[in-house]
Structures are given as C-alpha cells and as structure tokens.
Write a protein that binds this ligand. Structure first.
Ligand code: PLP
Length: 392
C-alpha cells in the first residue's frame, strides 16, 4: 500500500479546509509583473481562472499525489481532459493506437471528430501486445487505453504497454476512472493518467470534472497561453467545484474499499447461483491474475461488475424491477453511493456500431453495475437473486 492522504492545506483563518478562491481575475502589484506572467516568468502569481486558480491547484496537488505523478491539471469534465491531452500531443497526420473497448464518448471522439483534424486512430485488442506493436507507424504518438475497460471490464497490461511505449518514444495515456487508488498506472509505465472526476473520485454524482495527471512539463504545456489546449479550448474547472471535489477525496479510500467489498460479495453470489457475472475480483475472470498483480489489496478490485442476462428484454425487466425494489437506480455513470445500473449496448456504448460491439463481446443483454456503499449488501444480493429467478 502506498499511503495516501490529501495534502495538508488550511484555510486563511486556520480552517481545516483550504479557502475557496472566489475570483475569475487577479491583481498584480506592478505592470511589469503582469507582463512577466504572460511571458511565463511569474511563478506563484495568478492571472485568470481559465489559466489557474488557488482552489484548482489544491485539487491538482491532491490528484498528483494520488496518482504518483509530478503534477496534474484539472478540467471541467473527463472528456475535457481526454480531448485536451490528445490535441496537445497530436498534429495533422498523427496516429493513435487505442483499445477497442473504451468509453463510448472517447471512441466517438477518436472515430468521428479527430479525423476532421487529420488525426487517425487504429482500434486494437489491447490485450494482444503483438498487435499493438505491429500497429505502430512513424506517425504514432499515443497508445490509449483504460486500466479497467468500460464496460467490458478487461484489464490492460500496463507494464507491457508501458515498455512498448517507451521503446518507441510514445505516450501511454491511461484512463483510470474505474479503479482510483486500486491501481496507480504511473507505477507501471503510464506517462499520462486521466480520470473522469465525475465518477468515484468526487463520488456524489453532483458535478462533472476531469483531470490529467502527468509530468510538470506536460501539465504546464496544457495551460501555455499561446499553445495550451486546456487554456485555449477553455474546458477549465470552476474553483467552487474544485474545492468540493478536493474535500470528497478525503473519503475516497474508505469508499473504494466498500465499493470493492460489496461488488466482490455480489459477484461471488451471482456466480455461485450460476449467472454470468463478470468481475475482475473473481478467479474466473480472464484478467484476475493480471489485476491482482497491480492492485492495492487494501482497496480491492473496485466496484464495477457486469451481468449478462442474454437479451435486451431480460436486461430492461431486471433493471426496472431492481429500481422498483429500491436496490439501485437505472442511471448511467458510476461511483455514486447508491448502486447504478444501465445496459451499455443501447446507452453509454451506443456510439460503437453493433458489428463492433459483437466483435468485442458486448451483447444487448449486458448490464453494467456500479455497486454502491450498501451496509446490507447481503439483503441487496438476496433481492437481486429473487428478481433474476423470476425473470430468467
Ligand atoms: N472515461 C470513462 C471511463 C468514462 O466512463 C467517462 C464517462 O462516463 C468519461 C471518461 C468521460 O467523463 P465525463 O463524463 O466526466 O466527461
């Protein structure tokens, strides 16, 4: 276990939480200092909150500590963080190698939007390390994957991918949204770690936010006043949200422990009852060994599990039944204290064409669960098993 606690910052009157910076613009004591700031030579000064703000910096320091990177840059959403990082690294003619099982929004960005700017993506089976290496061309800039993929819960071999990236001088970008604190991708060779903070890290489903955790140099490049894709596309996080997310990180460790323990319990019971539950904490999961080598055992395998109930009709009936019994909410997203469930084939992954979904093993009977913090997971499990018995 790498110990983690949020950094110790106090409010201006000694408050246990740091003060919130409630300004979009900042004064300079001299005109020369303002000029220095624009020339990048005024450390410790603030200019304008689209560039940086004290509250954002508190959150950035906490996230860099959490992900074991030199620095981080926060964004107004996970997609803001993903798109700015990619645009920062790519130019016309650049090439990306991406896992074929990634969040539908990231897939749509790479498939439908980036080609308009001359950036092409090859989608590959990221577990086929040979295929990844064979896809590299002189134009390749990035290998992109999710630690635990959305929604199929395939685990990336970050060490092997990191070695390939290093050998070919590429950036390995890893979206770690599904497994914060459980896995720290920078330990295994990721050069850039991204989160949708909207999910587990904030944990209260009340806002959107994102982060890029990387080197000082890369994070500084994102807010360069002339060339930074955070600064110039403007997907900056608001200070009030940065402050509230910062406070929620204090409970991330205990939340992740409980999400993981509840998910493991439910997955084991579903499997014992003969249902097709997919959870990397189950010995039957093809990537169980791989994930076991990377996780912090104190945290576990995170709270995401999927259940295949054969077809869309069963999936829709089961989700409606579970919601009626107040076992969870029929909603997209993840990391909330209540269990959330949705059928990705027709929702969060609907951007991926049906043939490609079939090829990667995503059926319309697949339900994705973000398991909540239930104190009585035994009761929840019993009720889910009863619903399954009635429907299947
Ligand atoms: N990455 C993953 C794995 C996600 O699941 C999502 C959203 O669901 C995102 C990125 C995008 O994050 P946001 O919705 O905060 O823009």
């Amino acid at each position: 276990m790498k110990p983690y606690s949020t950094p110790w910052y106090f409010g201006e009157f000694g408050g246990v939480n740091p003060s919130i910076s409630d300004s979009s613009t900042y004064t300079f004591l001299s005109s020369q200092k303002m000029q220095d700031m624009f020339e990048g030579n005024a450390d410790g000064c603030y200019l304008y909150s689209r560039h940086s703000s004290p509250s954002n910096i508190y959150l950035e320091k906490a996230m860099a500590k959490l992900e074991l990177t030199e620095a981080s840059q926060v964004f107004a959403s996970g997609m803001g963080a993903i798109s700015a990082s990619i645009m920062q690294l790519c130019e016309k003619g650049s090439h990306i190698i991406a896992s074929r099982t990634i969040y539908g929004g990231t897939y749509a960005l790479m498939k439908n939007v980036l080609p308009n700017f001359g950036v092409k993506t090859s989608f590959v089976d990221i577990s086929d390390i040979k295929a990844v290496e064979q896809s590299i061309t002189v134009q390749t800039k990035i290998i992109y994957c999710e630690t635990v993929s959305n929604p199929l819960l395939e685990v990336a071999d970050l060490k092997k991918l990191g070695e390939i990236a290093k050998k070919h001088g590429l950036q390995l970008i890893v979206d770690n949204t599904f497994s914060p604190l459980s896995i720290r991708p920078a330990e295994f060779g990721a050069s850039i770690v991204i989160h949708s903070l909207t999910k587990y890290i904030n944990g209260s489903s009340d806002c959107l936010a994102g982060v890029v955790c990387a080197s000082e140099e890369f994070c500084a490049s994102l807010i360069d006043v002339n060339t930074g894709c955070a600064m110039l596309f403007g997907s900056t996080l608001d200070s009030f949200r940065a402050a509230s997310i910062y406070k929620n990180i204090n409970t991330l460790g205990v939340r992740m422990q409980k999400h993981s323990a509840n998910a493991l319990y439910l997955a084991q019971k579903l499997e014992e009852a003969g249902y097709r539950a997919i959870y990397p904490g189950l010995v039957s999961h093809p990537d169980h060994e791989l994930m076991t080598q990377m996780i912090d055992p104190l945290i576990g395998y995170s709270g995401m599990l999927t259940l295949d109930v054969h077809n869309k009709e069963n999936a829709y009936k089961l989700m409606e039944d579970m919601q009626a019994k107040e076992l969870g909410l029929l909603a997209v997203s993840l990391g909330y204290h209540k269990t959330l469930f949705s059928a990705p084939a027709n929702s969060t992954s609907s951007e991926i064409p049906v043939e490609e979904q079939e090829e990667m093993g995503m059926t319309d009977g697949l339900i994705r669960f973000s398991i909540g913090l239930d104190l009585t997971i035994e009761h929840t499990t019993e009720e889910i098993l009863k619903s399954l018995k009635n429907i299947l």
